[in-house]
Write a protein that binds this ligand. Structure first.
Ligand code: AGP
Length: 609
């Protein structure tokens, strides 16, 4: 869950390392460090606790014209955030940066204590000492020493290693954590993801699991851990600089919320035939016969991706008759002894395409012969490359840790996948058409909402910023939308927000209602409207501080606040309402003066278990 970078070329390595780490800071930001070597191998190792800015000022006082180096921004797993535990870690004459977890580091450490004096609590320093054990101070080519060491390692890694004895090359390797190599003119760059390479090169090689590469300023040599040569597959980086900048907004989160009319339009591009009321997804790689025979759909994801899967499952069950849909939390599902029925297909949902728990479920389901379909945003990510087929949601880089535009597009993409199955099963077009119509107008409905409500939500949010607890409520499809709203609030404002199905209130959560809590209710004008109203009345009767989000013209209960929205949507209203929850969480967090894009204790891509 860290970010690593590397540079070898003729330009100033310190400059690239710092700018690259800033681009990757959303992956982890509790400490950072870089090391560069001059052409004689003399090192300049700089580390700092906290955000990159701290390291940047250290670099400003220690400018070096070095043209090779590696760097790291950390999300601590082993050893608290501190300068001592920050990467790069040193062993003998070599330095390492690492993204991932070495699970058997304790056993390895015990064997290395006689030859290496450990100064940090990290698993990474153990890997450095192990590589150095084989490196024997240069007796052995660095890449071979790395290979020998990695053969003894259990766990996940994306690493970069350099040695004072050979300041012209960097050795990198990956297993479970992403790593991309940027091919430049007379320079080669590495990073945990392509966003650090933008503006430097468009040519990238995505390293696969089990591959080790030795890079110099004008060469990239890749081999497997069994020393089999691998030819480098050069791909073009799709994203541009603008896509990864704030575009005039104060925070990436607000930019990504406000981008949803266009990001969702990109998700729908070429996939919705409004004239025929049909959808078409090219990527899943399933024949009509295979689609027709699907009886069981498992939807795997974590956090927001799981909520999107849950929301989509409600809709898919509405327009199919012989299909069971099972949204599962990847971190639980990977160890559950779930019996996967025949005719199952799995949707693997991930914005980053690198989430370890989701990836593990993908591999487990593939091993059981289940067809896996990715619903992914990050192009070229591990999950995107390992699924049997898939659909990119094309929302562009999502940099804020709290996921927003990806949720909306993931949910819609999965509903479209469900419609694809239903079309193949011959479900009556009259049943499916209303979903296609709603999907087609959703980008405009979102644009209309974002033109009208932000100011009002900003004012509303200020009235609720001092609460420590909140209850989010929704029935049917609005329940997963409420779960997503609660997650947004808790992960960036640190308010303890939890969601419950409105009908569940009287079975326990209603006991919570008092002045410490406010309640936010998603109340679309749908077949369960009246049932939901009784839930609101139950809370009202206990003196609840209730905010109701509704598109119903008949709503009149004397709750504390009502957010009225108007929309032409008939079915997908909860997806639209979720934007209110996104804005509400954003404005409460800014009102509290908290770090919106990099909330404490979290990171954007969870590549460790
Ligand atoms: C959402 O705001 C969080 N950042 C987190 O729950 C996230 O959704 C989860 O880690 C899954 O990430 P993924 O979509 O990249 O797999």
């Amino acid at each position: 869950m860290c970010g690593i970078v590397g540079y070898v070329g003729s330009k100033n390595a310190q400059d690239f390392l710092i700018s690259g780490l800033k681009r990757l800071e959303y992956r982890g930001y509790d400490s950072a460090g870089i090391v560069t070597l001059n052409d004689k191998g003399v090192p300049t190792l700089l580390k700092a606790k906290g955000k990159i800015t701290g390291l940047e000022s250290k670099v400003a006082q220690n400018k070096r014209p070095d043209s090779i180096g590696i760097g790291h921004t950390r999300w601590a797993t082993h050893g608290e955030p501190s300068e001592k535990n920050a990467h790069p870690h040193k062993a003998g004459k070599l330095y390492i940066v690492h993204n991932g977890i070495i699970e058997n580091y304790k056993e390895l450490k015990a064997k290395l204590e006689s030859s290496h004096k450990f100064i940090s609590e990290t698993d990474t320093e153990v890997l450095a000492a192990l590589i150095n054990h084989f490196y024997l101070d240069g007796l052995y080519p660095l890449s071979n020493a790395v290979v020998q060491a990695l053969k003894l390692v259990h766990g996940t890694y994306g690493i970069a290693v350099i040695s004072e004895l050979n300041p012209t090359e960097i050795v990198v390797a990956r297993s479970g954590s992403p790593l991309v190599i940027g091919i430049g003119h007379g320079e080669t760059l590495i990073a945990s993801d392509a966003s650090a390479l933008i503006g430097h090169t468009k040519k990238a090689v995505y390293l696969n699991d089990g591959e080790v590469a030795t890079i110099s300023k004008d060469s990239v040599e890749i081999k497997t851990l069994n020393s089999q040569p691998v030819s480098a597959k050069v791909e073009t980086i799709q994203t541009d600089l603008a896509a990864i900048q704030k575009g005039g907004y104060d925070h990436f989160l607000l930019k990504e919320i406000m981008e949803q009319p266009t990001s969702l339009t990109e998700t729908l591009r070429g996939r919705v035939n409004l004239k025929e009321r049909l959808v078409h997804l090219g990527g899943p790689n399933l024949s009509d016969k295979e689609l027709k025979n699907i009886r069981h759909l498992i939807i795997v994801g974590c956090g927001t991706a799981y909520h999107a899967g849950m929301l989509a499952s409600y809709y898919i069950e509405q327009f199919t008759t012989d299909l069971t849909v099972d949204p599962v939390m990847a971190s639980e599902y990977r160890y559950r002894h779930a019996n996967v029925p025949d005719h199952s297909v799995a949707l693997i949902v991930s914005q980053s395409g690198e989430t370890a728990d989701t990836l593990a479920c993908l591999r487990e389901l593939k091993a059981q012969g289940v067809k896996t379909i990715g619903i992914v945003n990050a192009i070229g990510s591990t999950i995107a490359r390992e699924v049997d087929g898939g659909t990119y949601i094309h929302v562009g880089p999502e940099i804020s840790v709290a996921s927003t535009k990806a949720f909306t597009s993931q949910a819609v993409a999965m509903i479209m996948f469900g419609l694809t199955i239903a079309q193949a099963k011959g479900i009556k077009p009259s049943i499916l058409a209303p979903y296609v119509e709603d999907i087609a107008i959703l980008p405009d409905e979102i644009a209309k909402l974002l033109k009208t409500v932000p100011k009002a939500i900003e004012i509303l949010a200020k009235n609720y910023k001092d609460y420590d607890h909140a209850i989010y409520l929704g029935r049917d499809v609005s329940y997963p939308a409420a779960m997503e709203g609660a997650l947004k609030l808790k992960e960036i404002s640190y308010i303890d927000a939890n969601a419950y199905p409105t009908g569940e209130l009287k079975h326990g959560p209603l006991a919570l209602v008092d002045d410490r809590f406010f309640e936010l209710v998603l109340l679309p004008e749908d077949s369960l409207y009246d049932k939901s109203i009784s839930g609101v009345q139950e809370v009202l009767a206990r003196g609840g501080h209730i905010i109701v989000v509704t598109n119903s013209l008949k709503f009149s209960l004397p709750v504390e606040n009502v957010v009225k929205i108007t929309t032409k949507l008939k079915l997908l209203t909860p997806i639209l309402m979720n934007l209110i929850s996104q804005l509400f969480a954003y404005y409460i967090t800014t009102a509290k003066g908290l770090n919106v894009d990099q909330p404490r204790n979290l990171a954007k891509s969870v590549t460790v278990e």
